[in-house]
Structures are given as structure tokens and as C-alpha cells.
Design a protein around this ligand. Structure first.
Ligand code: ASP
Length: 330
């Protein structure tokens, strides 16, 4: 029998109605009582690492989760992290960088409705996550949600209420769970050995451009952040007229060693800054990174993983463009 380790972190799945609204407080032991059948599939180990609404989850918590998995790695065959859905995509992407190339599956799941409600997705999501974590062909960091397996760097919460809350952005599902069987669409060839990292740089900022935005904000951000992600328009357009100050502002950021990534605020199909003049003018500076079709969650957490390792922009580029857990295609 497979040995599976469950890590509870909170989220709606563990919520109860409190005086101020839903709050995660169901202890893990009680939560697991709602899914007694999972013990027929595996030997279970479990820990309640925290009990947070995932809006309160921080990078230090991602590090705690990663460290716990690493600590238990030899004793278990797979891992299931129960997590709030709101920031699950950040945690899944962060774990993809902190625990790379894992031959053992690491699964994130949660629910849109608490496990103790009559109509809830929680029990199905937990059972399907355990099934996936037990599967011989499963590996790496993934979401298992609403019967779909999504690579850890590809998921995004796109619905606030429905059970099909997550989508695999610009990348096929890795598989589905049908009638309690895992169907694999995409396999990682010979994953392993695990490469684990323990540091993240939190000083990352995301700036979503709007028409009329004052480029003076870049100066302010440059004094406070080590990495800045600029969400431009369409396939890759940024305000380029010299009087707008963006080109000059970005050059100044790059000159002071700040990592700047250009991406698009359009959710699907990614960027190509070379198509229009309003993109290509910015690409002239080879120090500017372009995220192509990475999700925002992956861009942010990949920068957090890279920046503690190097300040050399060429090395930053090498690491950023290296594909990890299906995060980037160009
Ligand atoms: N607010 C909750 C959380 O992210 C939502 C959920 O879990 O679905 O913790």
C-alpha cells in the first residue's frame, strides 16, 4: 500500500461559519473523518501545519510547506496539501520552484465549499487528490481539482463560486480522474532526483498598466523592490512615446540592477513584444525579460526563487527561461 502524507493549511475546505463569516477552524482529524474511504487506498500520515484563509498565506508559509515535504520525503510516496483556493496558484507555483523535478507527486487541493456542507466539492477533491498521489505514473507538483490534474505552474483560479474553479492556462491538463481512475495525458519522462531550495526573495512587485499611468511610479518601485513585473497590453504593448517616460524609467531600473519582466494582462496566448513597435522598442534593451506565456503566479514565484541565487542579469535570464514543471514555452 502507498504511503501518503497530508498537510493541512486551512482554506474553505476546513471552514466553519464564525461571527465574521467563514473561517478555517476544522481540525485535520475531523476533516479526514469526512473521507474515511481514503484509508482503503493508502496508509496515511498527516499534519496540521497551519489553519489559514489563504489570503493570509505568505512566502514564509510556502517555505514551511516545502520544508515539511522535504523532511518527510523518504518516508512517503506522495503528498497532498489541503489549501485555500484563493492563493493556491501562488503556492503551487512556489512549490514547483522550491521542490523541482520531484519523482513523487505533490498535490494541492481544496474546495469552494466547506467539507461539512451538504453540497460541497471538498470530499471529491480530497479523494481524487489521494488517488492521484497514489498513482505510479504521477510526479511533480500539481493541482487536482474538480477531476482535473493541472501542472503546478499552470493553474489559475478563474471562478469565485463554481466547482470548476481552476483552469490550466495555455497548457493542456496533465490528466483527469474518471470513475476513480487516473487518466494521464502528459507524463514527465524520468523525473528525479528531487532538487530542493530553501530561499525566496519577497521583494517582487506587479504593476498592471492602465492608460494614463504616471511613469514616476517606476522610480518609487525601484527604491523598494528587487524585481518588477510589468503587465502591458495585448500581445506586448507598453507606452512608448518619449514624453510618457516609461522607456527611460525602465532603463533606469535596469541600470540599478533591478530585474524587470514584461508580460501581458491578457490571460491567454502570451506575449510577443517583437510584433508591434510599442513592444519592440522596449526589447531593444536585452536586459529586459519577457514572460511569453507564463502565468503571473509563475512569473512572481520564479523571480522569488531566482533572485536569492544571483544578481548577474545573464544568469537571471538563464534561470528564468529554463522550463520548470511546464512553466514556459516560447
Ligand atoms: N478564502 C478561501 C481561501 O482561500 C477560499 C477557498 O479556500 O476556496 O482560503
Amino acid at each position: 500500500m502507498k504511503r501518503i502524507f497530508v498537510i493541512a493549511t486551512g482554506g474553505t475546505i476546513a471552514c466553519r461559519e464564525g461571527e465574521q463569516g467563514l473561517v478555517p477552524e476544522l481540525p485535520l482529524e475531523e476533516l479526514l473523518n469526512y473521507v474515511p474511504k481514503i484509508r482503503e487506498h493508502c496508509e496515511l500520515g498527516a499534519v496540521q501545519l497551519m489553519n489559514l484563509d489563504s489570503s493570509n498565506m505568505q512566502p514564509k508559509d510556502w517555505l514551511r510547506i516545502a520544508e515539511k515535504i522535504q523532511k518527510e520525503y523518504e518516508r512517503y510516496d506522495g503528498f497532498v496539501v489541503l489549501h485555500g483556493t484563493d492563493t493556491m496558484a501562488y503556492t503551487a507555483a512556489a512549490l514547483s520552484y522550491l521542490l523541482q523535478n520531484s519523482p513523487k507527486p505533490i498535490v494541492l487541493t481544496g474546495a469552494q465549499k466547506p467539507i461539512d456542507e451538504d453540497i460541497s466539492d471538498a470530499r471529491g477533491n480530497v479523494i481524487q487528490s489521494i488517488l492521484y498521489a497514489c498513482d505510479d505514473r504521477a510526479s511533480d507538483v500539481n493541482f487536482v481539482f474538480n477531476g482535473e490534474v493541472i501542472a503546478g505552474t499552470r493553474g489559475r483560479k478563474i471562478r469565485t463560486k463554481s466547482f470548476n474553479a481552476f483552469s490550466s492556462m495555455d497548457f493542456p491538463h496533465k490528466g483527469v480522474i474518471r470513475d476513480n481512475h487516473v487518466v494521464h495525458y502528459i507524463d514527465r519522462k524520468n523525473p528525479g532526483p528531487l532538487k530542493a531550495y530553501r530561499r525566496l526573495d519577497e521583494k517582487i512587485f506587479v504593476l498592471r498598466l492602465i492608460p494614463g499611468l504616471d511613469a514616476g511610479i517606476l522610480e518609487y518601485l525601484g527604491e523598494r523592490y528587487h524585481g518588477i513585473v510589468l503587465e502591458g497590453f495585448g500581445i506586448g504593448g507598453f507606452p512608448s512615446l518619449s514624453e510618457m517616460g516609461f522607456r527611460e524609467g525602465i532603463t533606469r531600473l535596469l541600470d540599478r540592477g533591478i530585474v524587470v519582466v514584461a508580460t501581458t494582462q491578457v490571460p491567454l496566448e502570451g506575449s510577443d513584444l517583437n510584433v508591434y513597435e510599442v513592444g519592440r522598442l522596449f526589447k531593444k534593451d536585452e536586459r529586459l525579460l519577457e514572460a511569453y506565456n507564463m502565468t503571473l503566479e509563475a512569473i512572481v514565484t520564479k523571480l522569488m526563487w531566482i533572485l536569492p541565487q544571483t544578481g548577474d542579469w545573464k544568469e537571471v535570464h538563464r534561470l528564468f527561461y529554463q522550463e520548470i514543471n511546464f512553466d514556459i514555452w516560447r
